[in-house]
Design a protein around this ligand. Structure first.
Ligand SMILES: *Cc1c(COP(=O)(O)O)cnc(C)c1O
Length: 803
């Protein structure tokens, strides 16, 4: 077979022919969308052999199946061209043809199959395991609608459906022959035959067919192609034969219809539980079927397979595996339990006890009758074990129970049914071990471990920041792409005027690119020589976008009332990007507040050359690729102890932004790496927050009375300061801050203002700032997911690499 991308001439011929024959037109009549589709299809064809080869080589190897409700992939074309090592040939050919590759790449829709950090983490993991030649595959749901598209109308968030599949998805391959029928509802009949063998029948089940769509995950220049398998719900032949009604068709279509736009609480509970069981059971059974084909038995399963669950959403893997081993394979319980626990590993992402996933038994039991009785049996045996260990009425027996208060406690099931539980940053894991999950950690002393999150530097630097790549090439070469600890080599150049100057130019170029995009899309002009102070992440109270907003009001007040402040203040542009869950009323009010502030200050001719604010519409992965390299200051200001890790903080750092933040999540590790002079840390730490919560004596109203700058901004929320909204528009925000302030915004406000002043002043010493910026990039190598995945493999998975 000929290599399509061998050289420009070959590629040009094949590409033109492909476009002309696919669409039955002359090439010069083709549009960028048609060119995109053909480019994608040619690349997919090109890696097809490697994909097949990888699968063959992996066949008898120990493999990991990474189950996650979310994979926030974003666009794949650029990443795929680069990883396959054909980007340059394509780019040069397109230049010769007078086509804009960038424009063609933008024809791909952003695959928003996730809400935020958790889903993006899974996507970065996929890129890194393929780069490291590890046999790891993703499993998730092929949602027909991804995370909603956000528009800002009159300052308010409005949600629109994300129809990302409306045109063809060039990367996927439908593998109908590997479908799995999944039963819901019905009832269970059990009988024991003359030989004492158990027979379990699921009667009157409503079957749904889960059909896999495989997406290739291309390793970086190494011919490895792994698989991301997305499951879609379709009518089952089993059920159709019994006469599927329209109602049945309508209901089943909903299962893979949409992603739940909420990472904290669950709505549409039954549907969400159906989604979880569908992809967990389908993914698992497809693996088991293959395993039996190859090895003829499931007895050696734990030598060959690890099912890694990203948060508790795929926890039903545990009772489902028990069901197969006990009901279908006829294994005795203890042996099946031993295999199951040696196959499953669990990553925890939440600290908030109230955010741990729970399912009401009254919903769970009728929907999944056999899975429920198995869960009950796991619970019963575990409870017996705990009673024997701690004593009949010990506190731990209830604290660690899987079933209690009419609920199935998914985290407790996940911890009991797995061999590894990891947190996602050093601080987060410490809190899990010492506070939230202390009972479990004492009971299973070697099960808990830390794996600090990361980001793939291939997307977040190589693809997104060409100017930085060029500086790195000229200073430390390109070894860092294979081993990011090599970025430290940059430290030798922090006194090199030439390189400092190029760092300055790099930032200016990236800031200009962002400013251009914002102008093009929203018509707002911002000055690339001002400080770009950026907070982009989901909108949530604990992330404290509200504190950032109040600070902007404070700076505005200072600039207005004290002309001398204007002399010492370097102009600063505050940029926000955030989606709020559609039902999260308070979060949406904060969006309205930010837009109201922006409107006021951007139009004040006295101050607008010093201070501006922008809320970018529809923040997603594609947008992030322009935003991350353009920041001077990275806002990571969550209430300490509330952000498990954060990964936005790492993307910014690698691109040379300095962090202004609290000692929360991975900020702690960023601070340790760069040292106190190269980060702006402020506010309460996790211990102090925990202490305050315990005391429950915090009175935000006293701060309002005693700190005039706090009083001023709080009063401005409702005193007519904002002329374009009703005077009570922000009443709830004011009331919340004065009555509760459960995220300690007022408590941390003064420290935040001071940290901001320090950052603004530091920016004015250009050389010193650029040095700090370089140090941040140099020390960021630790946060590559290549390191994270290396550690997962070393400590949890124990896989060999694909040869
Ligand atoms: C990285 C990323 C996130 C996570 O950001 P945090 O600041 O860690 O919460 C969310 N959304 C998108 C689109 C991202 O790229």
């Amino acid at each position: 077979m000929i290599n399509i991308f061998k050289d420009k001439k070959t590629f040009k011929e094949i590409f033109i022919d492909k476009v002309e024959s696919t669409y039955a037109i002359d090439f010069n009549e083709s549009n960028t969308y048609q060119q995109y589709v053909c480019l994608g299809q040619l690349l997919k064809q090109h890696i097809g052999k490697d994909w097949n080869q990888t699968r063959k080589k992996e066949k008898e190897m120990r493999q990991v199946y990474y189950f996650s409700m979310e994979f926030l992939m974003g666009r794949m074309i650029t990443n795929n061209l680069m990883n396959a090592g054909v980007y340059d040939v394509v780019k040069e050919t397109f230049d010769e043809l007078g086509l804009d590759l960038n424009e063609v790449e933008h024809k791909e829709s952003d695959a928003g199959l996730g809400n935020g950090g958790l889903g993006r983490l899974a996507a970065c993991f996929m890129d890194s395991v393929a780069a490291l030649k590890l046999p790891v595959h993703g499993n998730s749901i092929r949602y027909r609608y991804g995370f909603f598209k956000q528009k800002i109308e009159n300052g308010y968030q409005v949600e629109y459906p994300d129809r990302w599949l409306k045109d063809i998805h060039v990367w996927e391959t439908r593998r109908q022959e590997e479908s799995v029928d999944i039963p819901f509802y019905g009832h269970i009949e059990i009988n024991v035959d003359d030989n004492g063998k158990l027979h379990v029948y699921h009667k009157n089940a409503e079957y749904v067919k889960a059909v896999p769509y495989d997406v290739p995950v291309i390793g970086y220049h190494n011919q490895v192609v792994n698989t991301l398998r997305l499951w879609s719900a379709e009518p089952s032949d089993l059920y159709e034969n019994q006469g599927g009604t329209f109602e049945y068709h309508k209901k089943l279509r909903q299962i893979s219809e949409m992603l739940y736009p909420n990472d904290e609480t669950d709505e549409g509970k039954i549907l969400r539980l159906k989604q979880q069981y569908l992809f967990s059971a389908a993914g698992l059974n497809a693996v088991l079927r293959k395993h039996k084909e190859i090895f003829g038995t499931l007895e050696n399963l734990s030598e060959k397979a690890v099912f890694h669950i990203n948060d508790t959403h795929p926890t039903l893997i545990i009772p489902e595996l028990m069901r197969v081993l006990v009901d279908e394979e006829g294994m005795d319980w203890d042996k099946a339990w031993d295999i199951t626990r040696n196959c499953v590993a669990y990553t925890n992402h939440t600290i908030l006890a109230e955010a741990l996933e729970k399912w009401p038994i009254r919903l769970f039991q009728p929907l999944l009758p056999r899975i429920y009785t198995i869960t009950e049996e796991i619970h019963r045996r575990f409870e017996m074990e705990l009673r024997a260990h701690f004593g009949e009425n010990a506190r731990e027996v209830l604290a660690m129970a899987i079933l209690k208060d009419g609920m199935v406690h998914m985290a407790n099931l996940a911890i009991t049914g797995s061999f590894s539980v990891n947190g996602v940053a050093a601080l987060h894991t410490d809190i899990l071990k010492e506070i939230e999950m202390k009972d479990f950690n004492d009971y299973y002393p070697n099960k808990f471990n830390n794996k600090t999150n990361g980001i793939t530097h291939r997307r977040w630097v190589v693809q997104s920041n060409p100017e930085l790549v060029s500086i790195l090439k000229d200073t430390i070469g390109d070894e860092w792409i294979y081993d990011t600890t090599k970025l430290e080599g940059l430290l030798k150049f922090t006194n090199d005027d030439q390189i400092l100057k190029r760092y300055d130019e790099m930032k200016l170029a990236r800031k200009t690119a962002l400013a251009d995009k914002i102008y093009k899309e929203q018509g707002i002009q911002i000055d690339p020589t001002s400080i770009f102070d950026i907070q982009v992440k989901r909108l949530h109270e604990y992330k404290r976008q509200l504190m950032n907003a109040l600070h902007i009001m404070h700076v505005y007040n200072e600039l207005k009332t004290k002309p001398e402040v204007r002399q010492s203040f370097h102009p600063q542009t505050f940029i926000f990007g955030a989606k709020a869950a559609p039902t999260y009323y308070f979060a949406k009010k904060v969006i309205k507040l930010i837009n109201t502030i922006a409107e006021k200050i951007n139009n004040d001719s006295e101050t607008s050359k010093y201070l501006k604010a922008v809320f970018v519409e529809d923040y997603n992965v594609t947008y992030a690729e322009t935003i991350m390299p353009a920041a001077d200051l990275s806002e990571q200001i969550s209430t300490a102890s509330k952000e498990a890790s954060g990964t936005g903080n790492m993307k910014f750092m690698m691109n040379g932004a300095l962090t202004i933040g609290t000692l929360d999540g991975a900020n702690v590790e960023i601070g340790e790496l760069v040292g106190n002079d190269n980060i702006f840390i402020f506010g309460l730490d996790a211990k102090e927050v925990t202490q305050l919560q315990k005391e429950a004596t915090y009175k935000p109203y006293d701060l309002y009375l005693n700190d005039p700058k706090i009083k001023r901004v709080i009063d401005q929320l409702t005193n007519g300061f904002f002329t374009n909204v009703p005077q009570n528009e922000f009443e709830e925000i004011r009331r919340n801050l004065l009555d509760k302030d459960q995220y300690y915004i007022l408590k941390d406000f003064d420290a935040y203002v001071k940290a901001q002043q320090k950052a603004n002043k530091a920016y004015q010493d250009r050389t010193a700032w650029l040095k700090k910026s370089m140090i941040n990039t140099a020390k960021s190598g630790f946060f590559s997911t290549d390191r994270t995945m290396f550690e997962y493999n070393r400590d949890i998975w124990h896989l060999e690499t694909i040869k």
